[in-house]
Ligand binder design. Sequence first.
Ligand code: SF4
Ligand code: SF4
Length: 445
Amino acid sequence: MGASETTALHVLPNRHADAPQQRDLDKCVHCGLCLNACPTYRELGVEMDSPRGRIYQMVQVATGKALMDEGYLEHMALCLGCRACETACPSGVEYGKLIEATRTEIQAKVRRPFPWGMVEDFAYGTLLQSPLLLRLLATGLWVYQKSGLEALVRASGLLKLMGPLGKIEHLTPEAQLPTFFTQYGKVFFAEGERKYRVALLGGCIANVFFARLHEATVRVLQKNGCEVVVPAAQGCCGALHAHAGRREQARALARNNIDALLQTKFDAIISNTGGCGATLKEYHELLEHDAAYHDRAKEFVSKLKDVNEFLDSIELNSKMGPVKRRVTYQDSCHLCHGQKVKVAPRKLLKAIPGLEFVEMPASDVCCGSAGVYNVVENEMAEEILVSKMRNVNSVAPEQIASSNPGCMIQLAAGSRKHGSGKLRENPEPVKHIVELLDEAYRNAR
Ligand code: SF4
Ligand code: SF4
């Protein structure tokens, strides 16, 4: 039997080509060792909202014993995709792969009610892929926020009349002008001797909401002997698309980035976003059956490094000034459970003079951000955030360090609402690790 025939046998009859494969589902031995790692199970105590329960339901659907009914859709939607269960599983179940495959099948077979289907199609298919629209969005939002209109709306009580939209309004990040799109196509020279030539990935919405973080990333890399190139032809990484089951769109975006980034020889391709990095490192899996791109995808993945991972792998420039602050660290799920990068961020924090690093309990449990989860499953995300903030407050930090912009938005909202002591008073309760390094380099005499 040839390889292609073997693959074909694993696609069950009448199922989507990207649906969960039986061989992957069969890896689960139902031991339950993953249950306590799962944030939704910890909150709800419901088996069907645990990894084991979700895999059981996937098997029922795969074998035709159950339908994709409302209950199934809800249990799958409530999963954060945080992959904490993957780290906890002793049997090597690749849960991230299973939930993405499940969502791809749901996306292909289940029609979203009007107008949400259209809104989602526009967001994933157009907005996230258009620098022009993202810049327009940022400019409009910037005017709304800086003109005082945002404060007026918040004070007027209007948000209470806006139902679910009013409840998520506080998660709107600050629009940052100029956006980082203005740096596309530029080269930033290394400070001192050039040791490395690296490419920086800007992503999509991070260019307009985290432009200053990207600039700090460039500066920190320059301080560490890197010539930083921001390739103009790069685009959205496709992580949000893959998580939402829009696999074909994710594949098209992956091909675009491979074309854009492999044109030139780089020592490393750098991402400062844990969520994007996990998908970028899986491009070879996404393009597994694409003969023209699979080998190039592997080459791309071999160069891809999270910024923490990269800085930890080189001799870090230690000419830093003190950052006198008590800081805790929240793991980005996709950095620690997806990319398995857990030690490097802590080593970097400990390298900053004056910074008092304090570990919080359950730092590797999701904060509830999970891509767009805090927007679409706001109630559960809030419950998870309350638990998270309890753990943050227990170590009394002045600031939370993170490695993922999505977590930064969620934790900043959590600090304002549920933070205690100096954290609550801090106008910048959350910073990315490269922003703390940037601060330390600027403090050097
Ligand atoms: S991905 Fe996260 S939320 Fe989903 S089942 Fe696994 S641990 Fe639970
Ligand atoms: S996913 Fe892994 S840890 Fe969880 S029940 Fe299955 S085999 Fe056990």
